[in-house]
Design a protein around this ligand. Structure first.
Ligand SMILES: Cc1cc2nc3c(=O)[nH]c(=O)nc-3n(C[C@H](O)[C@H](O)[C@H](O)COP(=O)(O)OP(=O)(O)OC[C@H]3O[C@@H](n4cnc5c(N)ncnc54)[C@H](O)[C@@H]3O)c2cc1C
Ligand code: SF4
Length: 351
């Protein structure tokens, strides 16, 4: 029986899970396909993170340092390509720059995360690939990080920006009926950052309904309106067209019940979360059940949030569905605890 836990994915959830296993005295190997740790917040150049506006690099840096200090073995640029055996004697084949190797492990934690919905896929109405000034949340994050929010078409700072919520989420037509959970908060956070960096720029958020759960209501939503004068408009956007050097945003103001047409310099699409390719691949390679959207299914909800359909395999973070960083830290820790408990559980002898 192997005493090692393999953690697949080195984003916020996998980092927390790996450190948790090591802190509990376990041996852990962390397998990450990229050449760096930190997951999507680092790969996509996120600027500041909710709710404290701490730079993403600083927050992720703390998690990464924790993993190194705990003595976790890290394999960068490695991917799991096959899995044989059963708990607690799995054999994973991992492939990396140096070729193939086998890892023997007693349990596996999947933390392969999410990817952003592609706004050009079934929602061409927003012209993401047609108009350079139509961007997605992660594109604006990268500009905010550089303190260089400019219209790609002119290189000049915008005077009017709007966010369009629920792009690729809560949409029955494309089969993503779920709410992606973070995009209302992230759009509001980015709106605040735009107002801070460009005080003369007017910022609007078009929403179906705002879903700021927990403390984000007071930490982000009200300050966005009351301190930073971001304007929230309840409305459905149906089209983004080019008119002269502006973008014409068309839709319906659902509070007033009338058609709406407004000119903007930049439109930011609040894209939702979908399972990453790695998450889809792991479901197949490890033989664990995905749900109908392709995220990993939890076997015993609601109180067991990390056990999968297969004994000895747990999942955490956004591989399980839309999640913010707090969810990732919580489920990463829970997966570490379950994995170590599984390896150390003594068989019960009945007299
Ligand atoms: C624009 C935007 C801004 C956001 N800002 C915030 C914020 O301010 N606050 C907040 O709480 N949340 C925010 N979020 C949500 C946050 O990004 C996620 O909660 C978090 O990144 C999920 O972490 P994760 O570790 O589960 O997955 P990820 O961050 O996606 O990490 C997954 C890791 O697994 C690796 N991987 C994938 N496949 C494989 C494979 N086959 N083998 C090995 N490794 C693999 C990836 O390379 C990656 O490193 C934001 C989301 C978006 C879209
Ligand atoms: S968090 Fe907001 S923008 Fe994202 S899917 Fe839910 S309601 Fe829509």
């Amino acid at each position: 029986m192997s005493e090692t836990i393999a953690v697949i994915g080195g984003g916020p959830a996998g980092l927390e899970a790996a450190r948790g296993v090591a802190d509990l005295g376990g041996s852990v190997v962390l397998i990450e396909k990229e050449g760096f740790l930190g997951g999507t917040p680092i790969r996509e150049n996120y600027a500041a993170l909710t709710p404290n506006m701490e730079p993403a690099e600083v927050a992720m840096g703390r998690l990464i340092d924790g993993v190194h200090e705990a003595g976790v073995e890290v394999l960068l640029e490695h991917q799991v390509t096959a899995c044989e055996g059963d708990a607690p004697e799995f054999r994973l084949t991992v492939t990396g720059p140096g070729g193939e190797r086998t890892i023997e492990c007693g349990g596996i934690i999947v933390a392969t995360g999410f990817e952003h919905f592609d706004p050009g896929r079934e929602t061409q109405i927003y012209g993401y690939y047609e108009h350079p000034d139509v961007l997605a949340l992660q594109d604006l994050e990268a500009m905010l990080k550089e303190h260089n929010v400019v219209r790609p078409s002119t290189g000049l700072p915008p005077e009017r920006i709007c966010f369009v919520q629920c792009v690729g989420s809560r949409d029955r037509q494309i089969g993503n009926e779920y709410c992606s959970k973070v995009c209302c908060g992230v759009a509001s956070k980015e709106a605040i950052e735009v107002r801070q960096q460009l005080p003369d720029c007017k910022v609007f958020i078009f929403y179906i309904d705002m879903r700021m759960y927990g403390y984000w209501e007071n930490q982000i939503y009200w300050p966005a309106q009351e301190e930073h004068h971001v304007q929230y408009i309840k409305g459905i956007i149906t089209e983004v067209l080019k008119k002269g050097d502006k973008l014409l945003v068309r839709g319906e103001d659902t509070t007033m019940g009338r058609p709406m047409e407004v000119a903007m310099d930049m439109v930011i699409l609040s894209v939702g979360m979908e399972p990453s390719k790695g998450t889809r691949a792991m479901a197949g390679i490890l033989g664990i059940e995905p749900n109908k959207y392709g995220f990993i299914d939890v076997a015993n909800p609601p109180l067991d949030t990390v056990s999968t359909s297969r004994r000895g395999i747990w999942a955490c973070g956004a591989s399980l569905g839309p999640a913010d960083l707090e969810d990732c830290a919580s489920s990463g820790g829970a997966a570490a605890m379950k994995a170590m408990a599984f390896l150390r559980r003594k068989p019960v002898t009945v007299a």
